[in-house]
Structures are given as structure tokens and as C-alpha cells.
Design a binder for this molecule. Structure first.
Ligand code: FES
Length: 218
């Protein structure tokens, strides 16, 4: 595959032509906030709307997970327009998110903490009214626990279960504020066709899916 040269935040890098900007940046040590992207998903969901960057010649910021790299591309991940979009998106996302890092097994490796730090904003926004749901925790699976209150609806687990593994136990149900990742008919995961591979836990960026043996903080 052809290699192209581009510049991100003043740093010259090379990448395979057509590779998504997000992966080219991350592979070169340039962080761009992201929650929903997965490297092996060639049709990015672009659901979280956090990976905005500015590209020279384009009027509006673009999502780095959907934008392919090209020769001589000049990218700015720190532009005010892009950061404003990412910050607003993140703050809105956090309005329905349980923030209880002291009791979360993912604390320290949670993508939400990393993004908040990167965007220089707090996990608990004062700008928007908090709308926390109180959904039951599912610990019916022998190897992991699912806490929907910590789920950001990024869709990674759904995609991995369905597309990467071809199982399809997890899916989305309902719309709007009630939208949730669940099993068919809402049955407990332990009673579903789940094969306990744990791939969904591995790709979950938050404390929504955690292995039982890593749950020491709860
Ligand atoms: S990572 Fe690009 S929109 Fe979610």
C-alpha cells in the first residue's frame, strides 16, 4: 500500500494512504479523544463525536475516525473550533453518566478520565443538568459485570459481539434518554447466548463492563 506524508500538530508523520486519521495520529503518539472507534471496524460508527480535528482547506472540523489521510495533509488537533465541539459533546455525554471513580474498577484506565484530562474539563459538568439513570447492574455472567449506568453507548461491545465474533448477544434497545445496551429481550447476560469470551469487556472504554476479578474497588 502507498505511504503518504502528512503533518499533525506540526509533526511530520507517514501513514498508509487511506488509513483513518485517528489511527495515524495515535500510532504516532498524538492523542485524539475517542470512544466509539475500533481499528478493525472499516465502517466507523462516528457515534461519540469526540474526535474532531481541523484539516487545512476544510471549513469545518472533521471526525478523525472517518477521515482518511492523504498526501501533504495538514491537521490541527488543538484548533479552537474542534476543541469546542469535543468539549460540548463530552459534557453532554457526561450528563447521563454515573461519575463515581472511587468505586470503579476502571479508574485509572478509564477513557473518560483521559478525555477529561486532555480536554481540560471536569468529569462532572456544571453547564448541563444531570440526568442520571438508575438501571440494575447485571452480574449474572460468571466472568464479567455489566453496569449500564456507566455505559456511554459507544457501541464498541455491540459491534465486537456481532461483527467481530458473529455472536450478537448485545444490542441497542429504546431511543433517546432510554437508549441502552442490552441483550435480546433484556434477559440477563448469564442466561443469554453469551460465550464468555470477554471481548466486550476488553473494548469497553469505561467501567460499564468489567471482569469480576478486577472489581476490587466496588
Ligand atoms: S471516535 Fe470518532 S466519532 Fe467516536
Amino acid at each position: 500500500m502507498k505511504t503518504v506524508s502528512l503533518t499533525i500538530d506540526g509533526k511530520k508523520i507517514t501513514a498508509s494512504e487511506g488509513e483513518k486519521l485517528l489511527w495515524a495520529a495515535l500510532d504516532n503518539g498524538i492523542y485524539i479523544p475517542n470512544l466509539c472507534a475500533l481499528r478493525d471496524n472499516s465502517e466507523p460508527m462516528a457515534a461519540c463525536r469526540l474526535c474532531f480535528v481541523e484539516v487545512e482547506g476544510k471549513e469545518e472540523p472533521v471526525t478523525a475516525c472517518t477521515e482518511g489521510v492523504s498526501e501533504d495533509m495538514v491537521v490541527n488537533t488543538k484548533g479552537e473550533k474542534a476543541l469546542r465541539l469535543a468539549r460540548s459533546g463530552f459534557e453532554l455525554l457526561m450528563t447521563s453518566q454515573l461519575v463515581d471513580c472511587a468505586h470503579c474498577a476502571k479508574s485509572g484506565s478509564c477513557e473518560l478520565q483521559k478525555i477529561a484530562h486532555h480536554l481540560k474539563i471536569k468529569l462532572k459538568s456544571k453547564r448541563f443538568r444531570k440526568l442520571v439513570r438508575e438501571l440494575p447492574i447485571d452480574d449474572s455472567c460468571p466472568i464479567f459485570i455489566y453496569d449500564p449506568n456507566r455505559c456511554v453507548l459507544c457501541g464498541r461491545c455491540v459491534w465486537v459481539c456481532r461483527e467481530r465474533l458473529g455472536i450478537g448477544v448485545l444490542g441497542f434497545a429504546h431511543r433517546g434518554f432510554k437508549r441502552v445496551v442490552t441483550t435480546f429481550g433484556g434477559e440477563p447476560i448469564g442466561e443469554s447466548r453469551c460465550q464468555e469470551c470477554g471481548e466486550c469487556v476488553t473494548v469497553c472504554p469505561t467501567g460499564a463492563l468489567v471482569f469480576k476479578d478486577s472489581k476490587e474497588k466496588t
